[in-house]
Design a protein around this ligand. Structure first.
Ligand SMILES: [Ca+2]
Ligand SMILES: [Ca+2]
Length: 307
């Protein structure tokens, strides 16, 4: 009897450990970063609110500003923000490996704190007051990666120590690595505004403007009144109230009001959980434990009745 219980407990512990390894990622999987947000963005929506067209210069090849996937993960030292695009090119030899993309990640880490306008004028958007941002990560070529906080003044230089941007081996993913010491470990409640623009050293906050008509170096499909967003793509669900078209199209030229954006959350995209494989193995082990217990019980002779 005692031996049976011990065997069942041992097998159950093995099952729990199997599931646990998928949830908590301890020792064995330490080298692999823990994912907290892993989400597709529709392909072919590099048109802002639905009307934008690329500048006409041949350097602006199709897909440069079309975000297709976004992932946030961390290891003991860094938080990684991986933005995948339909196309990444480097015609002007930026040391980071990409010449065009300007990535702005505004993060709501703390409910009830933060701000709803951008740090500097440039993106021409505002943020939902329920999800005011606390951290702002700006990434672009030529040493432009910085972290800012909601308390920073517009002219603040931000933190650049330990930050880097580079293109991963697939040639399409820009990885922004930020030391955990700077921004902390991503919480499950963090909300992310991921905005993609075109880097322009002469533009406000490095954004290439979107005018009414496209030119060699400006996008078309907006207005000339500095009211429409300079954001060409943003991470958002395909449809519904939180769609990109609705959010980026929520500006009003007559009233001169900027678009109001909503963040995406790790929970909505299925954050870190036990993998199906780990759950499968655990179920098999638990069933095996049950069978063993039943078999042992069956073999045990029933004690003779007391006299
Ligand atoms: Ca996209
Ligand atoms: Ca999008």
């Amino acid at each position: 009897m005692r031996r049976t219980s011990l065997a069942v407990m041992l097998i159950a512990a093995m099952a729990l450990a199997t599931v646990g390894s998928g949830v908590l990622t301890p020792g064995a999987a330490l080298a692999e970063p823990v994912a907290v947000l892993d989400m597709d963005d529709p392909a072919g929506d590099d048109f802002g609110p639905g009307t934008y067209v690329y500048p006409t210069h041949k350097a602006f090849v199709a897909g440069l500003f079309d975000l297709t996937h976004f992932k946030v993960s961390y290891d003991p030292e860094y938080v990684y923000f991986d933005a995948t695009f339909r196309e990444v090119t480097n015609p002007w030899n930026a040391p980071e490996g990409f010449s065009h993309q300007l990535i702005n990640i505004y993060i709501d880490t703390t409910r009830g704190a933060g701000r709803t306008d951008t740090l500097r004028k440039g993106a021409l958007v505002t943020f939902d007051k329920r999800y005011a941002w606390d951290l702002f990560i700006k990434a672009l070529g030529w040493g432009g990666c910085r972290v800012f906080t909601a308390q920073d003044a517009p002219e603040a230089r931000g933190i650049s120590d330990g930050l880097s941007a580079s293109v991963l081996g697939d040639g399409k993913t820009i990885r922004i690595a930020v030391p955990k010491a700077v921004i902390g470990e991503p919480g499950r409640n963090w909300g992310y505004y991921v905005l993609v623009g075109s880097q322009d050293a002469f533009g406000d906050d490095d954004f290439r403007p979107v005018m009414e008509k496209a030119g060699s170096w400006v996008f078309g499909g907006g207005s000339d009144l500095e009211v429409n967003p300079s954001v060409i793509d943003m991470l958002a669900p395909t449809r519904g109230r939180g769609s990109q078209e609705r959010l980026l199209g929520s500006y009003n030229v007559e009233r001169g009001t900027l678009a109001v954006l909503m963040p995406v959350f790790a929970g909505a995209a299925g954050g870190q959980a036990a993998s199906p494989a780990a759950i499968g193995v655990a179920v098999v082990i638990l069933v095996a434990a049950g069978v063993v217990a039943w078999w042992v019980k069956r073999r045990r002779p029933t004690p003779p009745p007391r006299a």
